[in-house]
Design a protein around this ligand. Structure first.
Ligand code: C2E
Ligand code: CA
Ligand code: CA
Ligand code: CA
Length: 278
């Protein structure tokens, strides 16, 4: 038994070691990704259930590395948050989103772009000034930008997050809480945080019509949002049955594969054109 556990231990050490090396190697690749133009952004439409129109889009970051290929954001974002490079990367996302918004606005399409703001970015006191200067640079009014934050992200330093979000909001940028319901003490955060919108996490929407617990959670979040005068959007809407249910419960907006996967700017424009044609 001794040798077995010893072998297991050695195996464990070896695998941790190779994981570590892989992480370091990805970290290094990530540090070159901005300069090498390996990032791009995609857009996923957000549908207003009253007008049935596309009123916005979530901006999502994509990294295609020359040899690794597509690396999912769930893999590289935590690494970028860990070493702080998410600040530069996030700034690039904002700049790129505003650049695209300006092009669409020149073509007559005014929609709100929602960008994901990492807790690491929110901690940076320069974030508010950066948002302002980037919007000004591209001549975009603040009401066409929304920032999505996660409650787990703001928990560490709540008073600081509240202060920064307040400034962002006062400037006219709207604020949304992402992945709502997945963290803990969600309810008290809703009261403390200066937010305009709640995003119901896709994990609750997925089995919305199958799992009674998920039905209850979604109902409760919609009701709560309404009574706090916050707008509410469901993410991960994949079927028309889910949409019908959400609409019947008074959910304001939806986003998900049922409408579209996140797509490149050119494809998104074709949706915008299709919508305005009729
Ligand atoms: P998130 O902010 O919760 O984004 C929603 C995720 O759900 C996206 O995954 C989107 O592609 C996916 N999704 C949308 N509709 C559906 C659907 O109907 N079904 C299913 N199963 N999934 C759907 P993605 O693009 O892989 O992004 C993963 C996460 O990476 C994001 O989760 C966000 O936390 C992070 N992320 C992405 N882009 C950025 C960014 O620019 N900055 C930061 N800080 N984080 C980002
Ligand atoms: Ca999001
Ligand atoms: Ca989410
Ligand atoms: Ca998420």
């Amino acid at each position: 038994a001794k040798t077995v556990s010893r072998n297991q231990f050695q195996f464990y050490v070896a695998s941790v070691d190779s994981e570590m090396r892989e992480r370091k190697s990805m970290e290094k690749d990530l540090s070159n990704a901005l300069n090498n133009n390996e990032f791009h952004i995609v857009f996923q439409p957000q549908i207003d259930y009253q007008s049935k129109a596309i009123i916005g889009a979530e901006v999502l970051l994509r990294w295609v590395h020359p040899t690794r290929g597509f690396v999912p954001p769930d893999i590289f974002i935590p690494i970028a948050e860990n070493n702080g490079s998410i600040v530069d990367i996030g700034n690039w996302v904002l700049d790129e989103a505003c650049r695209q918004a300006a092009i669409w606005q020149q073509q007559g399409h005014f929609i709100k772009l929602a960008i994901n703001l990492s807790a690491v970015q929110l901690k940076d006191s320069a974030i508010e000034a950066y948002i302002k200067s980037t919007l000004e640079k591209h001549h975009i009014e603040p009401r066409y930008l929304e920032v999505e934050i996660t409650e787990t992200g703001v928990m560490e330093n709540l008073s600081n997050a509240v202060e920064t979000l307040n400034k962002i909001k006062q400037y006219g940028v709207s604020t949304a809480i992402d992945d709502f319901g997945t963290g803990y003490s969600s309810l008290s955060y809703l009261k403390k945080l200066p937010i305009d919108k709640v995003k119901i996490d896709k994990q609750f929407v997925h089995d919305l019509l199958i799992d009674e617990d998920d039905t209850s959670i979604v109902n409760a979040v919609i009701q709560l949002s309404k009574s706090l005068h916050l707008s509410v959007i469901a993410e991960g809407v994949e079927t028309k049955e889910q949409e019908a249910y959400l609409v019947s419960r008074g959910c304001d907006m939806g986003q998900g594969y049922f409408y579209s996967r996140p797509v490149a700017a050119e494809e998104f424009l074709s949706y915008l054109l299709e919508y305005t044609r009729n």
